[in-house]
Design a protein around this ligand. Structure first.
Ligand SMILES: Cc1cc2nc3c(=O)[nH]c(=O)nc-3n(C[C@H](O)[C@H](O)[C@H](O)COP(=O)(O)OP(=O)(O)OC[C@H]3O[C@@H](n4cnc5c(N)ncnc54)[C@H](O)[C@@H]3O)c2cc1C
Length: 803
């Protein structure tokens, strides 16, 4: 074993070898993979090996597509068979809602270039004769699904990597990891030490344990998972290999295995395995079968696919594999640790492992993953994702693996966890809550406690009319919104402004003023949108997206602030309320001696102001696009502030509103938001943020690329559409058609209650940015006429905001 390498990859499962292989492809060969047993001895060896392209996040779906196409390359390069069977796959719908879901999946597949086909039950039964037609209403066919031999696929990666110079040692456990001052690592193993510049934790079932070696508690939990293989089924003899099949209502998947069928299930009462720590003596091992636990699913399976129940069971497999709380992988550099990377929590290693390796290798070699990997970035979780939180969420996610997640659905596990002082008062006001980073926040307000429940649907829900009333209240009078769920940082020190100017695309505002600014990566792509509020020459308050706090902190560490500048995350220290609407100024003015008239406190002002007895930071800004103020206080004052505003608001018809109304109003203003309109695949000019890029202020990260984008105009354009919708609005990821061709995708959609029409934001090619007509947006399988708007549909000149 070498004693000095550039990278040590810990773990020889399908993910570790993929990282190894992709690092060699990216040009690094001085790499060592350390495996404590044999390759595949963790969760990989007993996998069912199924591969599929569909994923809730289109960017992850793209990486899954990449993985599936990789096996041919690997086989060719190494001569090692991956045991690939590209049978095609069929997803069966047993309800109308599931059929709607399949229509939406097909629609999403259109702009990913996937050849998905909606087929009738008759056609499905022709392709997959084992099904009992009686239980189904339709199906989706995907020609590139299949399954691999887990061992063969893993060996192929390893051989290809070794051929490029990578080294691999087996039967050697990594016992400890010690950081050096220069950011490199001493990797302490059973067979001596290795000094490595970088360490990758691809330890699968033991990723938590390896994380703990460096003080990291990764939000990962293994779940037991069972599948069985039937004895030979006579009807299959002499037939073409059966398709992969997912039966959503039965919550089972099935595929052919030699002369029989393999049938697996994600049962509702899933059982975690080793919830606190994973035993080291578990290698090439399985768990005792528990058919009782999956009996309800098997019963449904045998009813839906009778031939499977007519033969005996040849083999049952019960093995553990890991999940993150949302079911997507955890990939990337870890904040607070230099040169420490993770590639774990990969629950579908054969669909996702290739994409994970590809993205991580680019990240390590080029400093950027080269794709939009937000949905699997380890930075999407913060300290709130504790062991117990992860346990509750993973069990929920596992039990819902084949259930529909409706666009308006909030999941109940691990709630309520974080609350602000307004939780009880808002609950008394009949708030329907959602969960954001573990924090309860009001989505909308019902007229009574009995009505404070939302039906989950792809169509407009029972919340529609109440959200409408909230939007009208803001438009015609005043609304009150809790905004505690925004991310916040305080940057202070003599060189605070200078440092921020080097990171942000816009200039840092003068004292007392606010500036909106994108943050760009070196490629000039959007990695954040911030509101900079200048409190004093040396103190700047940043407002941003809370879900991206760890992501931002990691970036701030990479572009370290100079000595004397402190960057302090303070999202939970400052909680807030926003008042918005034409009467909001009069309401606030009644509470302070500070002159709030436009001349004295114009749009984009920021100041410390006493409201009644409460010291607050007040910004004249509002995401609703109406006259409005954001008020920040420490949490001990929030309840008093709420009571003060509510009392004063009575004279102005103040009404509570929630996140749903805010979303509808920001779409009416064509305001984008992080992870929807703003992601690292878009440039600022494409996203309509060009006015917030100050190319004249001097150097900043991404300036050269931004300048190039301004010159070229960029390839895409964020566009607002009015949609001739029926009773369902776009919600995101719908395809945008132009003259019969899919040309783009929706990023957000909602009903715009202030303007009385259905709206969508989405990206289209820049060349179509001026096209006058011919657009359609596909909502639940129906192409709806869409009118391109050349500006925001509500108050396009911003007169109300600035009034
Ligand atoms: C029953 C079952 C069916 C499945 N079916 C499918 C399927 O159809 N399709 C699909 O895509 N996925 C399936 N999976 C999931 C799939 O197996 C996982 O996604 C995949 O194995 C994850 O691979 P990994 O490399 O992350 O982890 P692992 O395979 O667990 O690999 C981690 C490796 O790290 C090594 N290691 C850990 N700690 C150390 C250390 N300190 N020092 C040295 N080495 C260390 C371990 O020995 C292990 O070999 C299934 C899983 C199960 C259990």
């Amino acid at each position: 074993m070498k004693s000095e390498v550039r990278v040590v990859v810990i773990g020889g499962g399908v993910v570790g070898v993929s990282v190894l292989y992709h690092l060699t492809r990216a040009g690094w060969s001085d790499i060592l993979l350390i495996e404590r047993g044999e390759l595949t001895c963790g969760s990989t060896w007993h996998a069912a090996g199924g591969m599929h392209t569909i994923n809730g996040d289109p960017n992850v779906a793209k990486l899954q597509q990449y993985t599936i196409n990789l096996y041919q390359q690997l086989e060719k390069a190494t001569g090692q068979s991956c045991g690939m069977h590209v049978t095609g796959g069929i997803m069966l719908a047993g309800t109308r809602e599931r059929l709607d879901w399949l229509k939406m999946a097909k629609a999403r597949g259109r702009y990913l270039g996937m050849e998905l086909e909606l087929i009738s039950v008759e056609e499905a039964a022709r392709l997959f004769p084992l099904m009992n037609k009686r239980h189904f209403v339709g199906a989706l066919f995907d020609p590139i699904e299949g399954h691999v031999d887990p061992w063969g696929f893993t060996q192929a990666y390893a051989k290809a990597a070794q051929a490029q110079g990578a080294e691999l040692v087996r039967h050697t456990r990594v016992l400890d990891l010690q950081p050096r001052r220069d950011g490199s690592w001493d990797v302490i193993t059973e067979r001596g030490n290795v000094h490595a510049e970088h360490v990758v934790n691809a330890a699968g079932l033991w990723a938590r344990e390896v994380g703990r070696l460096v003080g990291l508690e990764l939000p990962i939990l293994a779940m037991e998972h069972q599948y069985l293989i039937t004895e030979d089924i006579p009807a299959l003899q002499g037939q073409k290999e059966q398709l992969h099949c997912i039966d959503f209502e039965g919550e089972i998947y099935t595929r052919q295995e030699r002369g029989g069928m393999l049938l697996g299930t994600y049962e509702r009462a899933g059982v975690p395995w080793s919830p606190v720590s994973t035993p080291w003596d578990f290698a090439q091992s399985l768990l005792p079968n528990d058919l009782e636990r999956i009996a309800p699913s098997l019963e449904v399976g045998f009813e839906h696919f009778p031939a499977l129940g007519e033969v005996g069971i040849r083999k049952v497999v019960n093995g553990p594999f890991t999940f993150a709380p949302d079911g997507n992988p955890l990939v990337g550099p870890v904040r607070g640790l230099r040169n420490f990377w993770v590639a774990c929590g990969v629950m579908a290693g054969f669909s996702q492992g290739g994409g994970v390796g590809l993205a991580l290798s680019h990240w390590m070699v080029d400093g950027d993953p080269g794709a939009d990997v937000w949905a699997m970035d380890v930075a999407r979780y913060g300290d709130w994702a504790t062991l117990a939180y992860t346990n509750a969420k993973v069990r929920e996610n596992y039990s819902r693996r084949f259930r529909i997640r409706f666009p308006n659905e909030e999941l109940p596990a691990a709630r309520p966890l974080r609350t602000t002082p307004l939780y009880e008062p808002l609950k008394s006001a009949h708030a329907v809550f959602g969960d954001y980073c573990g924090l309860e926040h009001a989505l909308w307000f019902a007229p009574s406690a009995a009505a404070a429940h939302e039906t989950v649907t792809f169509h407009r829900s029972n919340a529609h009319e109440h959200v409408a009333a909230e939007c009208r209240a803001v438009r015609d009078g005043a609304g009150l919104l809790e905004i505690s769920s925004y991310g916040k940082f305080e940057v202070s020190g003599a060189a605070a402004a200078e440092w921020l100017a080097s990171l942000m695309a816009n200039h840092v505002p003068p004292v007392g003023r606010i500036a909106l600014t994108p943050m760009l990566n070196e490629r000039g792509k959007l990695i954040g949108d911030f509101t900079l509020c200048r409190l004093s020459s040396e103190r700047i308050f940043l407002i941003c997206t809370w879900a991206a706090e760890v992501y931002y902190r990691r970036w701030f560490e990479r572009h370290a602030a100079p000595p004397g500048v402190t960057v302090r995350p303070c999202a939970t220290e400052y909680v807030g309320l926003s008042v918005a609407g034409p009467r909001s100024r009069a309401l606030l003015q009644a509470l302070t001696r500070t002159d709030l008239a436009s001349a004295a406190f114009p749009f984009l002002s920021f100041r410390q102001i006493d409201l009644g007895m409460i010291p607050a930071l007040v910004g004249r800004i509002s995401f609703t696009g109406d006259l409005g103020y954001e008020i920040w206080v420490t949490s001990d004052y929030q309840r008093a502030l709420y009571e003060l505003l509510s009392e004063a608001g009575r004279a102005h018809g103040l009404r509570l509103f929630g996140a749903r109304a805010l979303n509808a109003m920001r779409i009416e203003k064509s305001f984008g938001t992080w992870a929807r309109e703003y992601r690292p695949i878009y440039g600022p000019y494409e996203a309509g943020l060009g006015r917030f890029v100050d190319l004249n202020k001097g150097e900043f990260v991404g300036r050269t690329a931004a300048l190039a984008e301004r010159t070229s105009g960029g390839a895409l354009r964020l566009t607002t559409f009015s949609v001739d919708a029926a009773d369902a609005d776009a919600s995101g990821d719908e395809p945008i058609w132009h003259e019969g061709r899919v040309v783009g995708w929706v990023t957000s959609g909602a009903y715009g209650h202030r303007v009385g029409r259905s709206l969508a934001l989405g990206y289209i090619p820049a060349a179509l940015a001026a096209a006058s007509g011919g657009f359609e947006i596909e909502i639940i399988g129906e192409r709806r006429r869409a009118t391109r708007e050349s500006c925001a549909v509500f108050d396009p000149d911003g007169a109300r905001m600035r009034a």
